[in-house]
Design a protein around this ligand. Sequence first.
Ligand code: GLC
Ligand code: CA
Length: 574
Amino acid sequence: MENHFPEKAPKILKEKPFWWKEEVVYQIYPKSFYDSNNDGIGDINGITQKLPYLQELGITMLWICPIFTSPMVDNGYDISDYKGIQPEFGSMGDFDELLSEAKKSGIKIILDLVVNHTSDKHVWFQSALNDSKSNYRNYYIFKEGNNENPPNNWRSIFGGSVWEKVPNEENMYYFHTFDKKQPDLNWENPVLRQEIYDMVNWWLEKGISGFRIDSITFIKKDQDYTDVIPDGADGLASVKHKGRNRPGIKDFLSELNRETFQKYECVSVGEAPGVTYEEYDQYIGNNGYFNMIFDFHYADIDVESGSEWFRRTNWQIKELKNQIFKSQEAIQKNGWGANFLENHDQPRSITKYIKDEKYQNEIGAKALGTLFFFLRGTPFIYQGQELGMKNFKRGTIADFNDVSSIDNYQRSMLEGYTSQEALEFVNQRSRDNSRTPFQWNSSETAGFSESTVPWLKLVGDHTTVNARVQLEKEDSVLCYYKKMIQLRNKSKYRETLIYGEFVPMNTTDHIIAYERIGRETIQVIINLSNQASLIEGLSGEILLNNYSEITYEKNGLTLQPYQALVLRKEENNG
Ligand code: GLC
Ligand code: CA
């Protein structure tokens, strides 16, 4: 239906336009996207072959998780050569081809920049480890122990001490925020920093459009390296207290920005956990270190801490709403955000956010999609989210691959939970949930790989949840995502949906609703409960609806369980 409301004089948009505000990003976990040569592992040529799918979906930029040379202990987040391509993913030639083919399809590419640490197999670290006189020792963090004990009691993100003993040397340790095979780089060393900047610029010269910057708030550690009061049954204290977003980090981050990103037409997206809203101005303001950052405040609403899955919360929709609003308002005040529902470190969103299992289906997937997609910021869609892929249910810890899942399983039991309970936590939260092979069709291997057993087991629901079936089905989650992308980027509401102001709407607790105000007012309303609910005063043209019907009332609209609407507000209605 054509819009029949009187045109108001267009409001002047307050927002400064930038190309990266207009992108719709699609995140690819290369190991699990598409396997082009049937070895059970997704690869770069697989991405190139699936460009038509991505183009049809309508996304405009890809963020590809690490494809660099790596022993794959943390699936590529342990890099042993920053300028090489991991052979199981392909070659540099394959990457160059992907870059140029994507460009032809109007798709930009950003890569993952992992510079808090390298792999222990990196030549720098090998030299540092094996030769105490090596210049590379100062590329990493080596310290003497404390009477046969590690230098302090900090716990790494993946469990156990942050310190690993150096073999063949007495009383010497090296530092790792994550796994022991991911030694931290020493950002205090200007020679190392320069080496990193040169590498970043080398990639930018190649023509990529920018970077997602991994774990970047960990690069500065308190230089006293003193003990912290233990915060767990293992007697250790999280590295976050003294090794994340610490005083002095500003100097490193502004230098990184100045020496690299600022010299190019590129986008920088920071993974910056631990940054408070008060600090957002420094991070994403006018002279911020990054163009945008991910906000993890509500991504971890179901747990007290994103790295300790056994500390679960009993969260309510009202809290989720408050946190989303708070986040949007803080970002709007300071700059621009990167919005996401899922990524490779999170479980699938329908399992996490939809409380009533009956609605962990297409309706629920579309409701969540609507909620996140129209927030102010650049939307990031994680592979499979557009199909409504769900968590799996594994019967034994042996079925998990992810390092942090195994650590969480062991730590849960150390905290006093039974092995059954520990398995339950891991099933709910494991990063493997989102790393299962992409479901292309209903064949035995879901079309991910033609003949081989994939590297990680499938979820098991691919006979119904798959791209081929959903492309044909008008009311599928996939077609709904296509419509959302179309509405944001190609419709006459584009300017409002990209640049319009974010304004929260005041509704009942379990309804999350907001307006985007620009040339017109667009309202986004989601019922996140299994109760139908009347909202008074709603009227206007419906632009999107995850149900096939609308329940009009005399004084408004009734939203069915998990119903989501996008509505162009009737202007003479106030
Ligand atoms: C980031 C990545 C995660 C990785 C970690 C260490 O959080 O997203 O996958 O394990 O950093 O690099
Ligand atoms: Ca392959």
